[in-house]
Design a protein around this ligand. Structure first.
Ligand SMILES: [Zn+2]
Ligand SMILES: [Zn+2]
Length: 702
């Protein structure tokens, strides 16, 4: 007992001593920081200072050194800005690495691909190997120009070439993530295609989702009015709609296909195509079979398996028929939901029934349903359920109205009589008659749903008696935005019903994914028993898991499966084997929401500025004397707030005066001055704040 309390007392004493020792250090650092008077948003030693604990003593030494310098050189400009030069260079190097990774993640030179399905025995392909690649004269070349192994799903585009004849399938966009400040979407860019434009014999579209047709207005006009463009009525209707938004609507050779006719379309001397009706979350969806001298190639497009579909069932019979009679030499199969186990547990009819259930349970208020605008079958359900209950339906949102219009014209939607109303008229009806179908299920800032929440919408503001139904699941990455929208709706007192939250609302599934699940893929690929297999349409992990499924479950030999990247040249040889053989140059064109192209360098600057800010020093020099004639102007944006940083600004002004203490006459002098001002100011700023903003010296001669 005694011993124990004694040792306890010792321990406490030791702790107190330690604290006292530390306290001195803490106090000293506190005082030093007080003296610094720099913007406190930035930690001394840079933003990483706290993470790497072992740096701290070095930093406090640096700070001490600075403090000493300050005392001794009160009147002399302290130009010893290189106290942390190595650290600053490291900071700059890491920063530029970060910026590059963020801004160029989709630009692929030679992608890292050591997958065992990479076509090179799991070894990374080298530049030398790519250069050595010699094209096999009689090979059919399959070249993914976009859509494979990207960050996000989209930008789908595939070229198939045989002896100088090229067929293109799909031209999609990819929505840019927050990683690309100010960029809305990207479009496939291929120098190879530019060089081979004249060889393109036909352009085919599997369906009208933007990740398959979104790039039409940028790419189609380059192929001229002679190249035929094939697709189903709904798909061509959506492409025409998109093209009609161009200032000069180009003349195009559109060819509408009815996939149920099983017609073989001759595309060129050696290539022909057949469209096969498949189900997805949009009308007019197809797979495409390209017949080549080396055997038929199946491009699955997007598809889902349904046992109880609304409308015409998928034409698996035709695909099986081709598989059994001709045999698919190569199958390209989409990969979107390969990570989702099982098969679709419910049908679009169930979704319709549940929408009806919502209308019954919340019968007295307005029902606002948000879903993807291309889900025409879902919209058909809403119309039917509303008609049965004497409700009217209005559509809100540009893309929603566009899709319904095109669907009506392509006869892809059944509309009950006297149900559809205009938005401005429906709001005059009593609440229990009002149903609104709108965009915004992904929490998009500018979409109708958010505008209804904020009161920015022309006709409608969400109120407490409204019920909002999300007939959608979040596209990965959109979750926080959707939560923001849901929060906004709940704050207005409205009832929110989301898909997959049955435990909260007692209302079952409200959405059906447009893509097949794992077991569906197993069955599909097994049934069609292709000789060779290539996953497409997916992020890298999806492609890889799709390939594993084909080898391990379906039993396709590993050397007949390829996980390719955008730009890889895949050859289907006359003996019906496949190999990778070289690459073409592929990349992206970036566009902002005004549809203007954004240069990658601009994106990099934006990222740099968003992290470190921008710092401009303006020197005015007399033409006659070559001397500084007024106090340098300093502009800081997104870096430090000048009013709080007098000492630092004073130091920089001081430095600039000393720096311009001699005549700057020739252009070379001006250039040299600019360079050294840029470098030194960067150092001073880094020493003070741990950040390296973009420093822009401007020298005016007057
Ligand atoms: Zn799709
Ligand atoms: Zn797609």
């Amino acid at each position: 007992m005694n011993n124990k309390s004694k040792s306890e007392a010792e321990r406490r004493a030791r702790l107190l001593r330690m604290r006292a020792d530390k306290l001195k250090d803490i106090k000293q650092r506190f005082e030093e920081n007080q003296n610094r008077n720099f913007n406190s948003n930035f930690k001394p030693g840079g933003k990483d200072a706290k993470k790497t604990g072992n740096k701290t003593s070095k930093q406090s030494k640096n700070i001490k050194k600075q403090a000493e310098n300050k005392k001794t050189d009160k009147n002399k400009v302290n130009l010893s800005v290189s106290t942390k030069k190595a650290e600053m260079l490291r900071h700059q190097r890491l920063l530029s690495q970060d910026v590059n990774t963020q801004a160029t993640q989709h630009i692929i030179g030679i992608p890292v691909n050591k997958s065992r399905y990479n076509g090179y025995n799991g070894q990374q392909v080298t530049m030398a190997q790519i250069k050595q690649a010699r094209q096999h004269r009689d090979a059919v070349r399959i070249i993914p120009i976009g859509g494979l192994g990207e960050f996000g799903i989209g930008k789908n585009m595939t070229a198939i070439e045989y002896q100088g004849e090229i067929v293109l399938i799909d031209m999609g966009t990819l929505f840019a993530s927050e990683d690309y400040p100010g960029v809305n979407y990207m479009v496939p860019d291929s120098k190879w295609l530019d060089d081979n434009r004249d060889k393109v014999k036909a352009i085919l579209f599997t369906h009208a989702h933007l990740d398959h047709i979104g790039a039409c207005r940028h790419l189609l006009p380059y192929f001229g009015p002679l190249v035929p463009i094939y697709g189903t009525a709904f798909t061509i209707g959506m492409i025409k709609k998109q093209m009609s938004e161009l200032p000069d609507v180009p003349d195009m050779n559109y060819q509408i296909i009815n996939p149920l006719e099983h017609k073989e379309i001759k595309l060129s001397q050696h290539l022909s195509a057949e469209f096969v009706h498949m189900l997805h979350s949009i009308p007019g969806n197809t797979s495409i079979v390209i017949r080549t001298p080396n055997g038929p190639i199946l491009l699955s497009g997007d598809w889902r398996f349904e046992t109880n579909p609304m409308g015409i069932p998928a034409d698996y019979d035709r695909l099986r028929e081709i598989a059994d009679k001709e045999g698919f030499a190569l199958m390209l199969n989409e990969s979107t939901n390969i990570d989702v186990p099982g098969t679709h547990p419910h049908s679009e009819y169930d979704v319709g029934d549940n929408i009806g259930k919502v209308m019954d349970n919340y019968a007295t208020g307005r029902i606002i349903i948000s879903c993807f605008s291309s889900q025409v079958k879902r919209i058909e359900c809403v119309l039917r359920e509303a008609a049965e209950r004497g409700r009217k339906v209005a559509f809100a949102g540009f893309s929603m109205i566009n899709n319904v219009e095109v669907a009506l014209r392509a006869k892809s939607i059944k509309v009950p009589k006297d149900v559809i109303m205009k938005m401005e008229d429906i709001v005059k009806l009593p609440d229990d008659k009002v149903t609104i179908v709108c965009t915004g299920s992904q929490g998009e800032m500018n979409a109708v749903l958010n505008r209804m929440v904020t009161g920015a919408h022309r006709h409608i503001k969400v109120k407490a008696t409204d019920t909002i139904v999300f007939c959608s699941s979040p596209i990965p990455g959109n979750e926080p935005k959707i939560m923001g929208t849901v929060d906004g709706l709940l704050r207005e007192g409205a009832q929110v019903i989301q898909h997959n939250k049955t435990h909260l609302t007692n209302i079952g599934p409200l959405h059906l994914s447009g893509h097949a699940y794992y077991e569906d893929h197993v069955k599909f690929v097994t049934d069609l028993h292709p000789k060779n297999y290539m996953p497409y349409h997916g992020e890298f992990y999806m492609l890889e898991h799709n390939a594993e499924m084909a080898e391990n479950v379906v039993g396709i030999p590993r050397d007949r499966i390829l996980v390719a990247d955008d730009g890889d040249i895949v050859e289907l040889l006359p003996n019906q084997t496949i190999r990778k053989n070289g690459r073409i140059v592929v990349g992206n064109k970036l566009y902002d929401d005004a549809d203007q192209q954004v240069n990658e360098a601009v994106v990099k600057d934006r990222i740099h500025i968003s992290r470190e800010g921008i710092f401009v020093v303006i020197l005015t020099i007399s033409k006659k004397t070559g001397r500084l004639i007024k106090t340098p102007d300093i502009v800081s944006r997104a870096f430090i707030y000048l009013d709080n940083s007098e000492e630092l600004i004073g130091k920089i002004r001081h430095y600039l005066r000393a720096k311009t203490d001699h005549t700057v006459a020739s252009d070379d002098d001006v250039k040299a001055l600019k360079e050294s001002v840029k470098e030194d100011v960067t150092h001073i700023l880094y020493d003070a704040t741990g950040h390296t903003p973009i420093v822009i010296p401007v020298i005016n001669k007057v």
